[in-house]
Every structure is written in structure tokens, then in C-alpha cells.
Design a protein around this ligand. Structure first.
Ligand SMILES: Cc1cc2nc3c(=O)[nH]c(=O)nc-3n(C[C@H](O)[C@H](O)[C@H](O)COP(=O)(O)OP(=O)(O)OC[C@H]3O[C@@H](n4cnc5c(N)ncnc54)[C@H](O)[C@@H]3O)c2cc1C
Length: 419
């Protein structure tokens, strides 16, 4: 027999977008249910993003899930660009009036959000299979799924498609109802997690004739390293020896610097694409995060954009439930898309400025060096990089909602401060 659940907002996907949306709705008194195909353990352990913009840190802190982030995250006031054997620091503090980024792993953000949901008694259904959305062009959409073989139907007012790039929500929109702008890049990243001390206090983005390399970090004991590779490379072909040798070559510098090696305990290959759905909505289905748009990870924007989307969607849904007005919902796409396109532009620029691109001959390679020389020697160009990297303030509607919430601050069950 089919089980029936009633809720106001059915959220598909327990990634950053879905979990923060549920959290923000809860503090506006709106019920939601989150459906996630993977297990809680898988969600809490998948390693992805790590760079949080200033506005993201502020958002998570104001809405009460920033306590551990503030305690354990690492604030970075700059990044390094390395090319032609030299390192050039981009000083965020000086160039952006004191703004910074914080290194805090995406799965730690998810753990914090899941813990807040548990404390508040909000339901997240993990291992929800065969999720399908129905009747999204009516005022009574439904979502069906099975859990432990039990068919279940969710009756709701809205569906939030927060199920990532490969989810089911966007494909359930009729063909022609949204425009899809996209570009597939013939670039892959081999990502490694390494047990070692940090090789650098701040991230190193390295451009080399053999391809891009990135020295990032997670904790004082775990480092995140990346190498540009072919998108369809086999991870098995990348032995530890080959990885260290390639990293040493691509990160070579005339300065006194050493790559600290350690045990590589995870390797994976990610492919890159750029994609934007416009509008980010159809009927009562609203897309947020990677379900609506995706960027190459070079600019570290995907997670930040996902959270910015739901900081707009949550007050728009609240306005509808509180007043019956749908103005903000109607403007959801046009509020989010300028930020999305700005991130697309920046991510594409970082990617082309730093990677070895297919068919790149000597002339283009020299242009790339000239571009980077300009960036590091021009105050205006460095400031442009810094401003985009630390990110822009959230849209006004999200800021207004957070400011209103802040004035009603109280302490929630987790012991952290909630609005
Ligand atoms: C190597 C790498 C490095 C990155 N670094 C950064 C960075 O430093 N900074 C940054 O901002 N971004 C970064 N990103 C991007 C960032 O990780 C993503 O943009 C972010 O995860 C998007 O969040 P989301 O909630 O939209 O989607 P997701 O995180 O993809 O979450 C979607 C969830 O939906 C679930 N789901 C999918 N299909 C279904 C279904 N049918 N039914 C139910 N559930 C479903 C999935 O299991 C998943 O849990 C990086 C990405 C990669 C790959």
C-alpha cells in the first residue's frame, strides 16, 4: 500500500542547496521534507568543495550553522598564482577591503546542516529511490519514491529541485520550457587527498606547459591536491609515483619551496562543464544549485552559488506562505541569474588562464603567460581577480531576509544561535 506524506515543500537532494533550504524554511515556520537517494554516511563523507566565500560564511553563521565552521575553518587572505617558475601572491585583504575566503570542506557543512535538522526534528529521508516529480504545472504537485521497498507519495505545495547536475528534477521539465546554455570542456582534474602537512599557507594555482596543478588544503594534516588530466583518463593509470613526479614538475619554482609528500588515500577524476538553465523554474518546481547551473571548479564557485540560490528561494517561498503573494517567486530566476553568469564568466576565465587547452599552440601559450603577467602586475587586474574570488554580497532580497531574521535571534536546540 502506498504511504502518503503531506508537506509544504518537497526538497529533492540533501546536498548543500537542499539542506540549507530546509534549514532556512524551518526558521520561517515552513515545513519541508528532504529526499536523498544516497545514504547519510555517503553524503557525509563525499569530498568535494572546500573554498567558502565571505558571503557564504556570513550566511551559514547568521542562520545558526556556522559555529564549527568559525572554530575549525581556516581563513585565507590570499591565493598564489605560480607560472614561469615564479609565485605571485594575490592579496585579498589589501585588494578587497579586508574580505577573505574560508577553507572548510563541503561535507563538514553538510554534517552541520544534518545535525541541525536532527536537533530540530526535521525529516531527511536517505536512500529514497526512484524519486519522481509529478503535476508540477498544477498547484498540487506530488513526488513519489520508494524507501525499503515501501512506495510513498508526497503531496506538497512546491518542489525544490536541489538534486545536482545529474538529478531527476530538471529533466522532468517539458522540452522547450527552459533554455539550456552549455559548454563541455575537454579538461579533467585528478583530485587527491594526502596525509601530510600543508605545503603552502595559501592555495597555489599553477600554470605549466604540461597542464594545471592546484595545491589546496583541508586541515593541518590533510591536503587536497589536483592535477589537470584528460577527462576520460583512468585513475589506475595515475600511480602515486607518477602523481608526485608530475606535481613536482608542474609546481617547479625558482623560489625556496618544497612540496611535502605523504600517503595518498583518495584519488578521483572530475570532468568539467559549464551549464545554465534559464529560467530556473517551471510551474511549481524551482531548481537550485548544480541542478540549475554548473561551473568548472577552478573558480571555486559551485557550492557558493548553490547556497546563494536558496538564500533567495527561502524568503520567496516564505512570502508566498505568509502573504499569498508570489512576486518574489516570479522573480526568482532573474534575481539569481546575474550572479550565476558572473560566476560562469569568472570560472571560464580562471580555467582558460591556467589550463593547457586542447590544440593550444605556442602563440596561445604565450598569450596565456602575458595574461597572467598582466594580472599579477596590474593593481586593477589583481583587484578584479580578488573581488571575484572572495565573491560578491548576496542579493538584496536575501540580505534583507537575513537581517530581519537576525533581529529575532534566539538559541536553538543545537546550542548554536539561530534566526
Ligand atoms: C572537485 C570539485 C571541487 C570543487 N570545489 C569547489 C569549491 O572549492 N567551492 C565551491 O563553491 N564549489 C566547489 N565545487 C562545486 C560544489 O561541490 C557543487 O557546486 C555543490 O556540491 C553543489 O551543491 P548542490 O546542493 O547544488 O548539489 P549536490 O552537492 O550535487 O547535491 C545534490 C544531492 O542530490 C542527490 N540526488 C541526486 N539525484 C537524486 C535523485 N534522483 N533523488 C534523490 N536525491 C538525488 C545527490 O545524491 C546529492 O546528495 C567543487 C566540485 C568539485 C567536483
Amino acid at each position: 500500500m502506498t504511504r502518503t506524506i503531506h508537506t509544504q515543500v518537497a526538497i529533492i537532494g540533501a546536498g548543500p542547496a537542499g539542506l540549507l533550504l530546509s534549514h532556512l524554511l524551518h526558521f520561517r515556520g515552513i515545513e519541508s521534507i528532504v529526499l536523498e537517494v544516497r545514504s547519510r554516511a555517503a553524503v557525509e563523507s563525499t569530498v568535494r568543495a572546500g573554498v567558502l566565500e565571505q558571503a557564504t560564511v556570513d550566511l551559514l553563521t547568521i542562520c545558526g550553522v556556522g559555529e564549527r565552521l568559525l572554530r575549525e575553518g581556516h581563513v585565507h587572505h590570499g591565493i598564489n598564482l605560480r607560472f614561469a617558475g615564479q609565485t605571485h601572491r594575490i592579496d585579498f585583504e589589501r585588494l578587497t577591503n579586508g574580505r577573505a575566503i574560508t577553507i572548510y570542506a563541503q561535507h563538514e557543512v553538510l554534517r552541520d546542516l544534518i545535525q541541525a535538522a536532527n536537533h530540530a526534528g526535521r525529516e531527511i529521508i536517505f536512500e529514497a529511490h526512484d524519486v519522481q516529480v509529478h503535476d508540477i504545472d498544477t498547484s498540487q504537485p506530488r513526488v513519489t519514491f520508494t524507501q525499503d521497498g515501501q512506495p510513498t507519495e508526497v503531496h506538497c505545495d512546491f518542489v525544490a529541485g536541489c538534486d545536482g547536475f545529474h538529478g531527476v528534477c530538471r529533466p522532468s521539465i517539458p522540452a522547450g520550457a527552459i533554455d539550456c546554455h552549455q559548454c563541455q570542456l575537454q579538461i579533467g582534474w585528478l583530485g587527491m587527498l594526502v596525509e601530510a602537512a600543508p605545503s603552502s599557507k595559501e592555495l597555489i594555482y599553477a600554470r605549466h606547459e604540461r597542464g594545471f596543478a592546484l595545491v589546496s588544503t583541508r586541515t593541518p594534516h590533510i591536503q587536497r591536491l589536483y592535477l589537470q588530466c584528460e577527462p576520460h583518463d583512468d585513475v589506475a593509470a595515475w600511480t602515486d609515483e607518477r602523481i608526485w613526479s608530475e606535481l613536482r614538475i608542474r609546481l617547479e619554482t625558482r623560489e625556496d619551496w618544497q612540496l611535502i609528500q605523504g600517503r595518498i588515500f583518495q584519488k578521483c577524476i572530475v570532468t568539467m562543464r559549464s551549464f545554465v538553465a534559464d529560467p530556473m523554474q517551471y510551474g511549481r518546481l524551482y531548481l537550485a544549485g548544480d541542478a540549475a547551473h554548473i561551473v568548472p571548479p577552478t573558480g571555486a564557485k559551485g557550492l557558493n552559488l548553490a547556497l546563494a540560490d536558496v538564500s533567495v528561494l527561502a524568503p520567496a517561498l516564505a512570502e508566498f506562505f505568509e502573504t499569498g503573494r508570489s512576486d518574489s517567486l516570479e522573480h526568482y530566476s532573474e534575481t539569481c541569474l546575474p550572479r550565476v553568469w558572473r560566476a560562469q564568466r569568472f570560472s571560464a576565465w580562471m580555467t582558460t588562464a591556467l589550463h593547457r587547452l586542447p590544440g593550444m599552440e605556442d602563440y596561445k601559450s604565450r598569450l596565456q603567460i602575458a595574461e597572467l603577467e598582466y594580472v599579477v602586475h596590474s593593481q586593477a587586474a589583481s583587484a578584479s581577480l580578488a573581488e571575484n574570488y572572495v565573491g560578491f554580497p548576496l542579493p538584496a532580497v536575501a540580505q534583507a531576509s537575513l537581517a530581519a531574521g537576525r533581529s529575532k535571534t534566539h538559541v536553538c536546540g543545537t546550542g548554536s544561535t539561530c534566526t
